[in-house]
Design a protein around this ligand. Structure first.
Ligand SMILES: Nc1ncnc2c1ncn2[C@@H]1O[C@H](COP(=O)(O)OP(=O)(O)O)[C@@H](O)[C@H]1O
Ligand SMILES: [Mg+2]
Length: 281
């Protein structure tokens, strides 16, 4: 079936309809249509015909710059994911090429040693932005940070592990009031430290909106803007991340340390060795 055929989408989304039946009928389909242009349709169709994915089975979130969907793996996808210990369903994050804010993006690309030269054409920038999320997740995964394992990236489409249980995505910290505890705050600060010291990165957009809680364990998501620790603004971004997290917990009555002392304990010169080790990722 051709990707520009209307039936293509009906077939792709109807084939495995567990989620949609549970939810609000046509809304998912409308969300998918809103994020997807002709090129994206071609990419998804390619992934389907190669057996990487079998069908899109639901919508998780739809924002200004991306749509996040659940997808069932195809036979080839299953083989690839077996190696990574990832089970179906997985997550497909589709970046909307028309709404990405390029001025914002550039702040996080220029200054990152991995992207010394890059094209400023819209399509190439989007591609780079999505690849950046893939590479950041992959560095974090290798460094033992709790992140969704990335599976593959193709232009504006990123496939990754679902953080969830029985096919249901885990909730954000933001909507998990019972998780606003001292141990949770400490666990998140540990993750931030690991991202810096072991993965050589700063998340740079960390907040309770980009942390999922699965079995009382925090998982960091949404890493396209994450930069290497050598970025000129790395410490500024790190301080902002820490402020966001500490503010959230202090508002909920948790005793929080000073951002500055946490920052000092994270940033120390010996960490550069770790960055060098994985800087090729
Ligand atoms: N791997 C994942 N597992 C489960 N839910 C996810 C995953 N990735 C993203 N989500 C959900 O999708 C939403 C949007 O994803 P995110 O990567 O934060 O994109 P955006 O740039 O639009 O904020 C998140 O708030 C989260 O609820
Ligand atoms: Mg987000």
């Amino acid at each position: 079936m051709k990707p520009d055929d209307k039936k293509f989408w009906e077939q792709l989304t109807d084939k495995n309809d567990r989620w949609r039946k549970k939810r609000k009928g046509k809304e998912d389909f409308q969300t998918i249509n809103a994020v997807i242009d002709g090129n994206t349709t071609k990419i998804l169709s390619g992934l389907q015909s190669k057996g990487i994915i079998d069908s899109i089975s639901g919508t998780i979130a739809s924002g200004k710059e991306s749509g996040v969907f659940l997808a069932e793996l195809g036979s080839k996808g299953k083989l690839k994911c077996d190696d990574l210990s990832i089970q179906s369903p997985i997550v497909i994050k589709i970046f909307r090429t028309s709404t990405l804010n390029f001025r914002t993006i550039e702040k996080y690309i220029s200054g990152d040693i991995r992207f010394r030269k890059y094209s400023k054409k819209t399509r190439s920038l989007v591609k780079l932005w999505v690849e950046k999320e893939y590479r950041n997740l992959s560095r974090c995964m290798l460094a033992g940070v709790n992140v969704p394992k990335p599976i593959l990236v193709k232009n504006n489409v990123l496939l990754m592990e679902l953080i969830g249980q029985n096919g249901i995505p885990s909730p954000l910290l933001k909507v998990s009031p019972n998780e606003a505890t001292q141990p949770m705050m400490n666990a998140i600060l540990d993750q931030i430290k690991r991202v810096y010291q072991k993965a050589g990165l700063v998340h740079a957009d960390l907040s309770p909106y980009n942390i999922l809680i699965k079995e009382s364990t925090p998982y960091l998501i949404d890493m396209s803007q994450s930069v290497t620790t050598s970025h000129p603004k790395a410490e500024e971004f790190l301080e902002r991340d820490l402020d966001n997290i500490l503010y959230y917990f202090s508002k909920r009555g948790i005793k929080t340390p000073e951002a500055e002392s946490v920052l000092d304990s994270i940033v120390d010169n010996e960490t550069k060795t770790d960055e060098d080790k994985i800087s090729r990722q």
